[in-house]
Design a protein around this ligand. Structure first.
Ligand code: FAD
Ligand code: UDP
Length: 370
């Protein structure tokens, strides 16, 4: 038997919070990670004096004071507020959908004028309760915004027609009748000064925790199950069961990163390309997350693609078919007594960082309550 109380599979946020809290309670934890670095998808690295978000733009936001205090133990946050813009065939619109967007699109000036325009356009639904993303989007913002800013972006992002996608995906975005370009409604928001990797590094820096990277759980699954009293698994739940009930669907991403010999490429951290012709969904200019003034800049074009075995699974595709299949895997997982499943892949859920931390804290507190 192993000298450890827990084996944590995956050094992302879920695994790191679990390991950290267990270590503070005197438990001995081994963490294995198949990538060559810790921090999972929140990993950032420094290049040209700029923190590069290697797996896509990450902005921390929450309204939960306890969570905000929790994460501030591990880093100081700057005052960054996410205000992405949309580029539709060269036309620029503010996001999320707010009075600035409505003014640019329709020339309306007051909230009442904007509301009247939305009401007129949503009447195509005939009062029907929205059952998919297309209907939900039209019901929230009308047909013009749906056509220019949502339809093609969403179909590029998810590889499916908006009529086949769940409504909740678009409800993530605020719709406001105020001139407020803040992408989130949350009370607290920012980017950790010095990047995200340090957060996970500090969580894992404890005498009771040993970390090994470049180690894949599946290379020795049966041995780990035999050796460790308890395993926390944050990889893909269907892969854990060797896809025996079928494959869950994921979206993968391809990142194209370039260093440019100029100070300022696009004037904003995030620009979404909402037409169907542009092959990528967005361009991130990393320095703008931290108000950088370096002489060079680094940009990343984010392409979305269908996941196939061997690709990184970034997004669960939470439609009815996949949620149903996930439930069946969850039932199998419940019978796997010594394994706890967690995180975006273990729970097959579109979690943001604050939600993953909350889920990990709840899990570890439940686990170690006595
Ligand atoms: P992960 O970070 O995926 O960690 C799981 C780890 O397990 C990985 O490192 C993986 O390599 C490892 N692993 C898997 N299988 C094995 C195995 N067999 N053996 C060993 N190791 C294994 N959240 C926000 O709050 N704000 C944002 O702005 C934001 N933007 C995002 C943008 C993109 C493009 C993406 C993809 C996500 C974004 N998120 C954002 C969500 C955020 O990334 C997640 O909430 C968080 O990283 C999930 O942590 P996790 O530990 O569940 O998963
Ligand atoms: N979305 C859109 N147009 C945009 C930005 C977002 O239609 O310019 C839709 C799209 O369906 C996306 C969803 O809103 O999947 C949620 O957007 P968010 O920015 O939260 O996605 P994430 O950062 O998780 O990729």
């Amino acid at each position: 038997m192993s000298q450890y109380d827990y084996l944590v599979v995956g050094a992302g946020l879920f695994g790191a919070v679990f390991a950290h809290e267990a270590a503070l309670k005197g438990k001995k934890v081994k963490v294995i990670e198949k990538r060559d670095h810790i921090a999972g998808n929140i990993y950032t690295r420094e290049e040209e004096g700029i923190q590069v978000h290697q797996y896509g733009a990450h902005i921390f936001h929450t309204s939960d004071k306890e969570l905000w205090d929790y994460v501030n133990q591990f880093a100081e946050f700057n005052r960054y507020t996410n205000t992405p813009i949309a580029n539709y065939k060269g036309e620029i619109y503010n996001l999320p959908f707010n009075m600035n967007t409505f003014n640019k699109l329709w020339g309306v000036v007051t909230p009442a004028e904007a509301q009247a325009k939305i009401d007129e356009q949503r009447s195509v639904l005939g009062g029907k309760t929205p059952e998919n993303l297309e209907e939900q989007a039209i019901s929230l913002v009308g047909t013009d915004i749906y056509e220019k800013l949502i339809k093609d972006y969403t179909e590029k992002q998810w590889g499916k027609a908006c009529t086949e996608l769940p409504a909740f995906i678009i409800r993530r975005l605020p719709v406001r009748l105020t001139y407020d370009n803040n992408y989130f409604n949350d009370t607290y928001q920012g980017i950790p000064i010095g990047g995200y990797t340090q957060i996970v590094e500090k969580m894992l820096a404890h005498d009771n925790i040993d970390v090994e990277v470049n180690v894949d759980f599946f290379a020795n699954k049966e041995q780990y199950l035999a050796d460790y009293p308890k395993i926390v698994f944050t990889g893909m739940i269907d892969e854990f069961f060797d896809y025996e009930l079928g494959e869950l669907e994921y979206r993968s991403l391809h990142f194209e990163t370039e260093t440019l010999d100029m100070e300022n490429y696009q004037g904003n951290a995030v620009v979404n390309y909402t037409d169907s012709e542009t092959p990528y969904t967005r361009i991130i200019e990393h320095k703008h997350f931290e108000f950088g003034t370096q002489p060079k800049t680094i940009i990343t074009k984010e392409h979305s693609k269908t996941w196939a075995k061997g690709d990184e699974p970034y997004y669960p595709v939470n439609n009815d078919r996949n949620n149903h299949l996930y439930k069946a895997y969850k039932d199998l997982a419940a019978k796997q007594e010594n394994v706890i499943f967690g995180g975006r892949l273990g729970h097959y859920r579109y979690y943001d960082m604050h939600q993953v931390i909350a889920a990990a804290l709840q899990c570890v507190r439940g686990e170690l309550k006595d």
